[in-house]
Design a protein around this ligand. Structure first.
Ligand SMILES: *[C@@H]1O[C@H](CO)[C@@H](O)[C@H](O)[C@H]1NC(C)=O
Ligand SMILES: *[C@@H]1O[C@H](CO)[C@@H](O)[C@H](O)[C@H]1NC(C)=O
Ligand SMILES: *[C@@H]1O[C@H](CO)[C@@H](O)[C@H](O)[C@H]1NC(C)=O
Ligand SMILES: *[C@@H]1O[C@H](CO)[C@@H](O)[C@H](O)[C@H]1NC(C)=O
Length: 361
């Protein structure tokens, strides 16, 4: 394995630009592998995560937007938009959101994730469920893929089946329209959303209707480095490309269809007809994201929209949520979430029948 032999260069240390504690530590020869922004693994096996500077914040009632959040028993934070849980409110869509962070850091409670999902619930007027999943390298993939599948099945327990809802979470039982469920995420979380949608299609999972998926700056790779990847320095490029094999040691490297879906002969089986891919002009991953969108459109037969934030970097919406480009991206995501497809209208009719059954019994 590449990480067993990797030597960590002490360049930053010797040229004297190391100012923070973490940069100095990165030059420590005790370090076996170092993925910038994400984690270090020491030779003695200790894993150090590098997202400690991002505060964790509790669920709350956000005074600015009126969005209410709470932590659920399934290890995910649920957001309800203003007025959505009062008796007279109509049912609203649900977005299941997977945070990014290199499959190895971050959480639904991370302040930047919380702020973004809160703003998504407010802007699009949707429920959102922001999911915590097991993190690598302690829990290598497919641990995260398995966790999110369990969360989807937990969500589906709340959908009406034969006039009965079997879930424990009243906001979902009473106020979510299960004909309009979306899977969304950024970076590694977008990769997770894609792979969950594949599983939905392959297992013919119909208990909820996945009305669309939203992939923001997805983490995908191609076999050969693309122009956007070649535009960054070699160390950064290695950080990006080697991450996959490190977090998924049992996989096939860049030939693995879970990180390189363009190679996947089963791509048309994706369990969603509509796809929105958000890309950032300055993101080294933009080419792989475009390729994914094109493959799904032409080979997968899906309705694919692509939205590019020009001049912006990977996951800029988390770092600069107050920029014009972040607001434009949020607007685009919100309009995608609020378009009803023909299929969802048919399913909504079934859902109404279900409420009628519920009110009789
Ligand atoms: C492993 O090594 C690191 C860096 O030298 C050190 O900080 C940590 O305490 C060590 N952990 C154990 C369990 O020895
Ligand atoms: C309930 O929600 C509706 C909008 O869906 C709003 O007009 C109304 O004021 C809300 N009622 C209460 C008591 O919050
Ligand atoms: C990631 O980049 C840093 C320099 O910023 C380098 O020290 C490290 O070895 C790189 N990691 C990998 C796995 O290539
Ligand atoms: C990994 O490669 C093997 C052999 O080429 C293939 O059968 C398998 O489907 C691949 N798995 C993934 C997840 O791409």
């Amino acid at each position: 394995m590449f990480h067993k032999t990797l030597l960590v260069p002490c360049l930053f240390f010797f040229i004297g630009v190391a100012s923070s504690h973490s940069e100095v530590a990165s030059c420590n020869s005790d370090v076996e592998v170092f993925f910038q922004f994400f984690f270090k693994v020491y030779k003695n096996g200790t894993v150090e995560k590098l997202d400690k500077a991002v505060p964790r914040v509790p669920a709350s009632l956000d005074p600015e937007t009126g969005v209410q959040s709470k932590d659920t028993q399934v290890g995910a934070r649920l957001y309800a938009p203003k007025d959505s849980i009062n008796a007279s409110a109509p049912k609203a869509p649900l977005v299941i959101y997977f945070h990014g962070g290199g499959f190895s850091t971050s959480s639904a409670a991370s302040q930047n994730v919380h702020i973004f999902v809160n703003s998504l619930a407010a802007r699009a007027n949707v429920f959102a469920l922001s999911v915590d999943y097991r993190l690598a390298p302690e829990h290598p993939l497919p641990a995260a893929y398995e966790d999110v599948w369990d969360v989807l099945r937990w969500v589906a327990k709340h959908a009406c089946v034969g006039g009965v809802t079997g879930g424990m979470e009243p906001w979902l039982n009473e106020k979510v329209d299960f004909s309009r469920v979306y899977l969304a995420g950024d970076s590694a979380g977008a990769n997770i959303a894609h792979n969950l949608a594949m599983r939905v299609g392959l297992e013919n999972f119909h208990r909820v209707n996945i009305n669309g998926i939203v992939l923001i700056h997805p983490y995908f790779l191609l076999e050969q480095p693309t122009a956007s990847l070649l535009a960054v320095n070699e160390q950064m490029r290695n950080n990006i490309t080697k991450l996959w094999s490190y977090v998924c040691p049992s996989g096939n490297g860049s030939r693995d269809t879970r990180v390189n879906p363009t190679l996947d002969p089963l791509l048309p089986m994706l369990g969603s007809e509509r796809v929105l891919v958000c890309l950032a002009g300055e993101d080294p991953l933009i080419d792989a994201g475009k390729n994914y969108g094109e493959a799904l459109r032409w080979r997968g037969g899906k309705t694919v929209e692509m939205f590019v934030s020009r001049g912006r970097h990977h996951v800029f919406h988390l770092r600069q949520p107050n920029t014009k480009e972040a607001a434009e991206m949020l607007d685009r995501v919100a309009s995608f979430l609020n378009l009803r497809s023909v299929e969802s209208t048919i399913n909504a009719a079934k859902d109404d029948l279900c409420s009628a059954i519920n009110s009789v019994y």
